[in-house]
Design a binder for this molecule. Structure first.
Ligand code: HEC
Length: 399
């Protein structure tokens, strides 16, 4: 089908652009953070009024000297670089991808009728509202009295984000739920740039040009938002690749796992921030590693109690028709499902050998996480999942 082919290329272009702009955004953000932490005062013989510090570096065969002003230079240069389109372009390409994959393809990717009776249209409404309401709520909290107490604010935001994750996993397909927590955070980060950080910088520039003193309050708000963006980068990056990890989003306690991974991401970022300030923090990274291992162990699938097997042993003859009926419409060298031009992710389940070779992945997505068949469009039953699961756990014998 031509439209499915075009859709793939559109997806490719948008995703490619999203990754590139995202790297540019996070890259500049990491770079300026690092820069701020490595500035040193000018030596006495070169003291300049209004200069906070300098930094020397070498990269790509050239030497660079960067100077930071305590407030601003006495005179603004003709060319001043702003660093804002990285953020806007990341959000725009990300939103376009959301529309293409999750909203146009809502019936397959966004909602999951087996989990919640939410129509595709209602799912899209929930998804878009999530982005808007998250920003409005976050912005209001930052401007409230809590804004002056960064730790209390961070704890409140964490509880709210976890509640959002729980709510979305109740309403949407689990992959879409994860992604929309990430999209909500990404929206907050981009809106921080658009609505708070850049306006504060504009205000500073205008004040300097007019010979006024810049408003310190706005500068403070911008610094708080910048700090939030800094801590949010690592959690958001995990969420953006989370669809590869059915063990996380497919788990019964997926929202709690997401909360755990978010804490691990924020803690790791904190380690970098402390290190940049030259402060000792030997315990954070080992603690993060222990937490990751603990999370992996706690969420490991349990081999449940021996099932009262009705028909004794499950043979391949029981499994093959299930796979043919429930999976092969998409996972075939010649898929028959409209909109699926080729076997998704190259997973083909036509022959016994292909089915056997993919057994561990089938177990992960069709038995444990139950995210396949996509949106359960082929109506796979619990008994069928049980049969497939018992066959794979018995070693997936082809006889
Ligand atoms: C309606 C089409 C459709 C049906 C039916 C379907 N799948 Fe999929 N499957 C997909 C798509 C699309 C993807 C790729 C998802 C993505 O982009 O991550 C996929 C991905 C997979 C993957 C790879 C997951 C990964 O991340 O490594 C496995 C394994 C899989 N499916 C197994 C199955 C099994 C087993 C069945 C039947 C029980 C099934 N699928 C039914 C569309 C389908």
């Amino acid at each position: 089908m031509v439209s499915a082919h075009l859709e793939q290329w559109l997806n490719l272009v948008l995703r490619w652009a999203h990754v590139i702009t995202g790297i540019a955004w996070i890259g500049t953000s990491f770079y300026f953070n690092w820069l701020n932490s490595r500035l040193v005062p000018l030596p006495p013989e070169r003291r300049e009024p209004g200069v906070a510090g300098e930094l020397w570096s070498v990269h790509g065969g050239g030497f660079y000297r960067v100077v930071k002003y305590t407030v601003a230079p006495a005179e603004l240069p003709r060319t001043l670089h702003w660093f804002k389109w990285e953020a806007y372009a990341t959000w725009l390409t990300g939103f376009a991808l959301l529309v293409l994959v999750y909203y146009i393809g809502a019936a397959s990717f966004l909602v999951d009728p087996q989990r919640a009776r939410v129509s595709a249209v209602a799912g899209v409404a929930v998804a878009v509202a999530t982005l808007i309401v998250s920003w409005l709520g976050y912005d209001a909290l930052c401007r409230s009295a809590l804004g002056a107490r960064p730790l209390a604010l961070a704890a409140t935001l964490f509880v709210l984000a976890t509640a959002l994750a729980w709510g979305l996993t109740e309403l949407l397909s689990p992959r879409a739920a994860y992604l929309h927590v990430g999209a909500a955070i990404g929206t907050i980060m981009a809106a921080n740039v658009l609505m708070v950080i850049i306006p504060a910088q504009r205000d500073m520039v205008a004040a300097l040009t007019a010979g006024r003193t810049p408003d310190a309050g706005r500068g403070k708000q911008a610094a708080l938002r910048s700090l939030h963006n800094n801590y949010l980068t690592l959690p958001v990056l995990f969420i953006m690749v989370s669809s590869h990890y059915p063990a996380t989003y497919g788990h019964r306690l997926n929202w709690a796992i997401l909360a755990g991974l978010a804490v691990i991401g924020v803690a790791t970022r904190h380690w970098f921030n402390l290190r940049n300030e030259g402060r000792k923090n030997a315990w954070i990274l080992p603690a993060v590693a222990v937490a990751l291992v603990a999370l992996a162990l706690v969420t490991a699938p349990r081999s449940g109690p021996a099932l009262p097997s009705v028909s004794g042993q499950v043979s391949f003859a029981d499994v093959r028709p299930i796979v043919a009926r429930r999976c092969a419409g998409c996972h075939s060298s010649a898929p028959t499902t409209p909109g699926i031009p080729a076997a998704p992710l190259g997973v083909r389940l036509d022959t016994p050998d292909e089915i056997r070779a993919n057994a561990p992945r089938i177990l992960a997505v069709a038995v444990d996480a139950q995210t396949m068949p996509l949106g359960n469009v082929t109506g796979m039953t619990a008994e069928e999942r049980d049969v497939v699961g018992r066959w794979i756990r018995a070693g997936a014998p082809l006889r």
